[in-house]
Write a protein that binds this ligand. Sequence first.
Ligand SMILES: Cc1ncc(C[n+]2csc(CCOP(=O)(O)OP(=O)(O)O)c2C)c(N)n1
Length: 396
Amino acid sequence: MAADQFIPTDPPEEHTDDAAQVPPIPAAPRTPTGCFNTRAIDPGRIECLQILNASGHIEQGMDPGFSDETLKDVHRAMVLSRAFDARMLTMQRQGEMGTFAPNVGQEACMIGQVWPLTKDDWFAPSYRSFGAQIARGWPMDHLMKLWAGYHEGFAPPPGVNDYPFSIVIGSQVPPAVGTAMAMRRAGRSECVVVNFGDGAFSQGAVAESLNFAAVDKAPVVFVCENNGWAISTPLHKQTEVDALAVRGLGYGVPSIRVDGNDILAMMVAMRDACDRARSGEGPTLIEAVTFRMSLHTTADDPTVYRDEAHVDPWRKRCPIARLETLMMKQGAMAEGDGEAIRAECDQLVLAARDTFRAEAAAKPREVFDHLYASMPESLARQQDEYFKRLDRKGIE
Ligand SMILES: Cc1ncc(C[n+]2csc(CCOP(=O)(O)OP(=O)(O)O)c2C)c(N)n1
């Protein structure tokens, strides 16, 4: 088909159905021969937000004016997340955890995205969100049970308006949007935050959720944690777009790219997005650009598919070190405070580990529970055989 067949023509004069009138489209760029110049199409402009640069200095004129107390709170939450991360990795290696998905380096993303939420708001996390879950009120020993495979660990603690996290990537997004749609219908003024990875963003369910949320003006904030990798698949093999945020524009969702290692930028972007949602202006998409510094999970070995050279530049962008530089400069932190907070957080994690060890008791006879409302005959036979084996071994 010749390219000039795509040149749009004016609607016929006699067309009178106003509702069906196509609004005028600005003149398309043309090549010198008059053809539509597809190379000049603007796929949409995405703003990028960075407030605290990689050296820990606030960009000129950008200071959001957070109090020292606020900075101390988010700093501590990030340090606690990292302490939990390190301990969980050790516990997994020592056989106490089934598996674990580390989050080191992504702390600003995590803490920034839940910072503006109240207890009445809702959070639908992916599996790499434990720092945010701790900040939302999940006790650390509860999360330890979760990662060790105890079903009690998956249920959100009383009073915490969170969904259990989802392993099926992107599957947490439709229920989050459904919750937001229900809130809007019920005339409520809370909002929902849902996060997912760059890999999950390739799932159709996420695209459909963006569309539903946009049409419904649902009070939801989509946070895509773009950490560069979906297990062994790098971003450039996943997508042709440079900025994943551009996808929101196609659905009419205001979208922004944020330096995900900059806690101040995350807080500002999330605060504004939550305010928009709560005031009835609908959803926002935030692409938080960060990096997965460590393993995908403890079942993964990134050295077989990525060069350490990819990781090195991100070490200099550590979100915690960046905030500490600022806090020292502003007098919100003194020499030695960082070490003291790290030691205190380590102790809290160790105390949680003690609680976990005291409470987590394997119940092998539960293995067949919670699967079917009424157990099929074939499974009942397997259960019977399994119980006889446990009896022979003297296991309760
Ligand atoms: C529907 C589905 N397909 C495949 C998988 C296997 N899987 C687990 S994690 C993962 C990569 C996810 O990457 P991303 O969404 O970028 O999140 P990240 O792990 O980097 O935080 C895949 C493909 C899955 N869990 N669910």
